[in-house]
Design a binder for this molecule. Structure first.
Ligand SMILES: Cc1ncc(COP(=O)(O)O)c(C=O)c1O
Length: 421
């Protein structure tokens, strides 16, 4: 992101924050020249007091919006009681979260860590154990099939799983054992399966790849292939989990149960939580009694502040009917944006489920006032609305599940205006 593409002229207050930041921080993110200082629900406030309507909710982190009162209460209560004792003891908040994930998902046992990459590393490790315990004719199975345009994280295993060169470029050689195939192509997966294949790892809806939805038969077909070849089906639900798409978990749209599911982003509501939820046949491989020692661990995984908040998130979603709310508002947003697409050559396609929506743009179309989706994000920011660019030609909207219809409509008006509607 180019700092010269400024959505606002930085005031001295903001510029001072940026200058100190740039002196001491690693500059690995391209940031807008805005300093955010406060959030409430779907509203953000910058250091100059300017308000923004947040239609992207921190890359999916603040799933219930900023500083949701129930979550503030949960974290405050836990902060006064106990933060962390290490995973040598049993603690109730971890169990509360694991119970909720099992209840709303497919049962299973949860391992807690800190991020999506972290959760996927655990999934890849359990797959390797599974391949060792269930070898092919030529020995232990270890290969994991993943899809082009996927995103699974930036640690070594997750990066090798991520079939996007821009992610692993410069860090080669990649960890071996990953096969990349086109998304939404069952035939390509079947062709890729060999005697060493042990798992298929996919996003129910691809997020960073541009909000790409599969056909209705894809996930049921994946399940069949996994059953036929004794493979683990790993659903990376880091984006699509916890109600984002109108179901508790994305794979439920197709009535399919994975063997392993990974969560992060929204499950912590903005606190660092990663989850690897495993059905019995995978979970038993992480059992320290069977493994003969600790198979996988992370010191602060399951810290009680994060757990208390994450468990409460599930309760709020249930209490406030936020799955139905996300479904209804998502349908409303997609219908409105589809009208825009019908009227404007600059919008090629609208796709999504629940409050996870992508607009594929055509900068070459007549009348386009942008070259990339980032230009659109910039123009929306100038008008006080925060959206996101996924890929150079996809605009992405993923507001908090708590967003009100009026606020969403205000944001959609601004997007329409920027796109020329
Ligand atoms: C589907 C998916 N998996 C994994 C990750 C990695 O998550 P994290 O950034 O928390 O490591 C992401 C991040 O965007 C993601 O979208």
């Amino acid at each position: 992101m180019n700092r010269t593409a400024s959505p606002t002229d930085s005031t001295p207050v903001t510029q001072a924050i940026i200058d100190r930041h740039d002196q001491y921080m690693s500059i690995n993110y391209g940031r807008w020249p805005i300093a955010m200082v406060r959030g409430e629900g779907t509203t953000l406030y910058d250091a100059d007091g300017k308000q923004y309507l947040d239609l992207f909710a921190g890359f999916g982190g603040p799933l219930l919006g900023h500083c949701h009162p129930d979550l503030v209460e949960a974290v405050t209560q836990q902060a006064k009681q106990l933060w962390f004792v290490g995973n040598l003891f049993h603690t109730e908040p971890q169990t509360l979260l694991a119970e909720r994930i099992a209840k709303h998902g497919f049962g299973g046992r949860s391992f807690f860590c800190h991020s999506g990459a972290d959760a996927n590393e655990a999934a890849i490790k359990v797959a390797r154990l599974y391949g060792g315990a269930n070898p092919g004719k030529s020995g232990a199975r270890f290969k994991v099939i993943t899809a082009h345009r996927s995103f699974h994280g930036r640690t070594f295993g997750a990066m090798a799983a991520t079939a996007q060169e821009r992610v692993y470029k410069g860090f080669e050689p990649n960890v071996p054992g990953f096969t990349h195939v086109p998304y939404n192509d069952l035939n390509a997966i079947e062709q890729a399966i060999d005697d060493h294949t042990v798992a298929i790892m996919l996003e129910p809806i691809q997020g960073e790849g541009g909000v790409n939805l599969p056909d209705a038969g894809y996930w049921p077909g994946l399940r069949k292939l996994c059953d036929k070849h004794e493979l683990l089906l790993i659903a990376d639900e880091v984006w699509t989990g916890c109600g984002r798409t109108g179901k508790w978990f994305g794979h439920q749209h197709w009535d399919v149960k994975p063997d392993v599911m990974t969560l992060a982003k929204g499950v912590g509501g903005g606190l660092p939580v990663g989850v690897t939820c495993m059905a019995d046949k995978a979970a038993e491989l992480f059992d320290h009694r069977k493994h003969g020692g600790v198979a996988h661990a992370t010191t602060l995984g399951g810290n009680l502040l994060s757990m208390a908040v994450a468990a409460r998130i599930f309760d709020v979603i249930e209490r406030d009917n936020l799955l139905a709310h996300a479904t209804q508002l998502g349908e409303h947003a997609i219908a409105r944006l589809q009208k825009l697409a019908d009227a404007l050559p600059t919008v090629k396609q609208v796709r999504g489920k629940g409050l996870f929506v992508g607009l594929e743009l055509d900068p070459a179309a007549e009348g386009a006032r942008f070259e990339t989706s980032r230009d659109v994000v910039n123009q929306c920011l100038q008008r006080g609305v925060l959206v996101n660019a996924a890929q150079t030609n996809v605009l992405r909207i993923a507001p908090a599940l708590t967003i009100e219809r009026d606020a969403l409509d205000r944001g959609l008006d601004v997007i329409a205006e920027v796109l020329g509607g």
